[in-house]
Design a protein around this ligand. Structure first.
Ligand code: AMP
Length: 415
């Protein structure tokens, strides 16, 4: 399957080529044709599957086919609502990339910053609006935004909206949308309340169910270090002496832990920053930008703060602590090995965390190779899993042509 097979228009094909995509991901292959036909969609898919392009491309194509107003400013015809500022910015960047040659205008609005630049962009007129729920309602109330011309509505990460307490805001927004519209609904999980919400938004939707299968892929090289808790810091500093580790996203279970690890690294002369829920939006965004631009080599994050972080070419993920929920392990390591690049996932396991490993092995249906030969081995320990010799990461991160798209039992996902 190629993008040409999806009947995309030239300006979009050109932009996709610029991005270096050679073929659609499974969610794109499944969603783009039905969306181009005007159907509603319910997607069980998370960040990392290529879902942003799966909804952005057909929206851009359908809007491109419509005449521009001969007089007056452009009206908002597509609305994408997403829970966090980070996601909103990423989605907006995707519209910029895929829509580069369409002449369509978009903007992004989110809270935690002054509204002035946002209202100026809105006053100039846009076709596509990406928004977080609170700021959107604020600007609707102040009459900077009207939803009466919306033809396309995307609700992104619905389950996370529920977690973050945004569900009432979302319901208010839905209440202001025109009834005649095309709706797309995405959620990584489908608890009953989310299913109910989906049913209230969608009409006869096509369902697309994409499961990330990163963990079973060979493109992410996983290794495990058994180490006593007090030695984790020294092991981390030791491993980061390897200069071939260009970028590393380190996971801790707590906000306090993230701050501490980042401080320890800074003291050891390693350029690091922490990102978690206690930091302001501005501080989080600037830490993320510095990391993406490779000004910061190491970002230490909690799971919640990291969700939705999409860093292309992230070479290493390090689990400083083993997560107690096995799916979290898969989500974490899936941050590397994006878009067909290979990646390395290292995990530090202390005595207390061994029981979490069992659940992870069950989910992976395999164990993780153990690196036994390191300077801080666990005392009084026998470990499970195959033992391998450490091999330095060679730094060459190739983009394989086709093998990045792998099948799973419930669907297929980009890795
Ligand atoms: P998303 O799930 O939308 O967050 O996308 C995950 C990553 O995959 C982003 O970095 C995209 O740039 C990348 N991506 C999306 N579609 C493709 C594709 N067809 N081929 C290669 N990379 C892609």
């Amino acid at each position: 399957m190629t993008f040409e097979n999806l009947n995309l228009i030239e300006p979009i094909l050109h932009a996709i080529k610029n991005e270096g995509y050679t073929e659609p991901t499974p969610i794109q292959e499944q969603a783009i044709p039905v969306l181009l036909k005007g159907k509603d969609l319910m997607g069980s898919a998370q960040t990392g599957t290529g879902k942003t392009a799966a909804f952005a491309i057909p929206i851009l194509q359908l809007l491109y086919g419509q005449p521009l107003p001969s007089a007056g400013k452009r009206q908002i015809k597509a609305l994408i609502v997403t829970p966090t500022r980070e996601l909103a910015i990423q989605i907006s960047e995707s519209f910029a990339a895929y829509g580069k040659y369409t002449g369509l205008r978009h903007t992004v609005i989110y809270g935690g910053v002054s509204q002035n630049a946002q209202t100026t962009a809105l006053r100039n007129g846009v076709d596509i609006l990406v928004a977080t729920p609170g700021r959107l309602l604020d600007l609707i109330d102040q009459r900077f935004v009207t939803l009466q011309n919306i033809q396309f509505f995307v609700l992104d990460e619905a389950d996370r909206m529920l977690d973050m307490g945004f569900i009432h805001d979302v319901k208010k927004i839905i209440g202001r949308l025109p009834l005649k519209r095309q709706s797309l609904f995405f959620s990584a999980t489908m608890p009953p309340e989310i299913k109910k919400l989906a049913a209230s938004i969608l009409v006869d939707p096509i369902k697309v169910d994409i499961v990330p299968v990163v963990a079973t892929s060979n493109l992410i090289k996983q290794s495990l270090y058994f180490v006593d808790k007090p030695d984790k810091k020294s092991l981390l500093i030791h491993l980061l002496q390897d200069k071939s580790i260009e970028t590393a996203l380190i996971f801790t279970r707590t906000k306090h832990g993230a701050d501490k690890v980042s401080r320890d690294l800074m003291r050891a002369g390693i350029n690091a920053a922490a990102i978690h829920g206690n930091k302001s939006q501005v501080a989080r965004q600037s830490a993320l930008n510095n990391f993406k631009n490779k000004r910061t080599r190491v970002l230490v994050a909690t799971d919640i703060a990291s969700r939705g972080i999409d860093v292309e070419q992230l070479s290493h993920v390090i689990n400083y602590e083993i997560p107690n929920i096995p799916e979290t392990y898969i989500h974490r390591i899936g941050r590397t090995g994006r878009a067909g690049l290979d990646g390395v996932a290292l995990s530090f396991c202390d005595a207390e965390e061994k029981e979490y490993l069992k659940d992870i092995y069950k989910l992976l249906a395999k164990s993780i190779p153990v690196i036994a030969d390191h300077p801080f081995p666990m005392r009084n320990s026998t470990h499970s899993g195959p033992v391998v010799q450490p091999r330095p990461f060679n730094g060459s991160r190739n983009r394989p042509a086709k093998s990045e798209f792998v099948a799973s039992s419930r669907g297929r996902a980009i890795r």
